[in-house]
Design a binder for this molecule. Sequence first.
Ligand SMILES: N[C@@H](CCC(=O)N[C@@H](CS)C(=O)NCC(=O)O)C(=O)O
Length: 237
Amino acid sequence: MDADAFRRGPITVTAFDWVPRFAQGHVRDLRVRWALEEAGLPYETTLVAQGEQRQPANLARQPFGQVPTLTVGERSLFETGACVWRIAETSEALLPSGTAARDDCLAWVFAAVDSVEKPIAMLAMLRFFTKDRDAAERAQPDIETLLHERLTRLSDALGEAAHLSGGRFTVADLMMTAVLRDAGRGDLDPFPTLKAYVARHEARPAFKRALAAQLAPFAENAARYRASAPGGAAPNS
Ligand SMILES: N[C@@H](CCC(=O)N[C@@H](CS)C(=O)NCC(=O)O)C(=O)O
């Protein structure tokens, strides 16, 4: 999947045709769409219906039955870190030339999807999805402390700088912003520089195009999901 393959296309991203409101604007295909927009690469989408993600067609693309996947010509990739990195490799807009700069970006992309995303995802699981509420409430403070510590270190590493690496917007900022956007309400409040960092990158035209493209099918398909929900009302739609 080299730069020529991206130029030849076609490029396709899988995404859901609808998700409940709390997840709208946060489904991970946003990262891939945003990277493609920054790189100036046109793409199409294959929409996966709710409940179809574990069907053979999607499992063949994504072994965990999730979205997104990125297909370029004949080849497919899963995991947003891998997809976004491959896109970045095609574009100076996301990845500067020079081994040291690229290494730095690579480290920050992994930091985003591992060191920072892990406690954010664990907290979301404990707050909203864990069925044993007593166990969730016992575990939560430790994870909140871990996230606070990670965000403190990140905020210190960023300091007064606008960007994580090389004094300009790169794939490192794209991935870190995407991950920080998924933090729970209030979790970023003690870190005004991180909130400003996220807001600055959300104002980028490429981000706005990616977000609008993710949201468009949700609006189109909401009525269909509402109609098929028990009692005719899809919650959070
Ligand atoms: N580590 C994966 C996570 C992918 C993921 O969690 N996808 C979610 C949407 S954001 C999904 O498809 N969830 C539906 C499911 O697991 O059934 C990545 O970064 O690509």
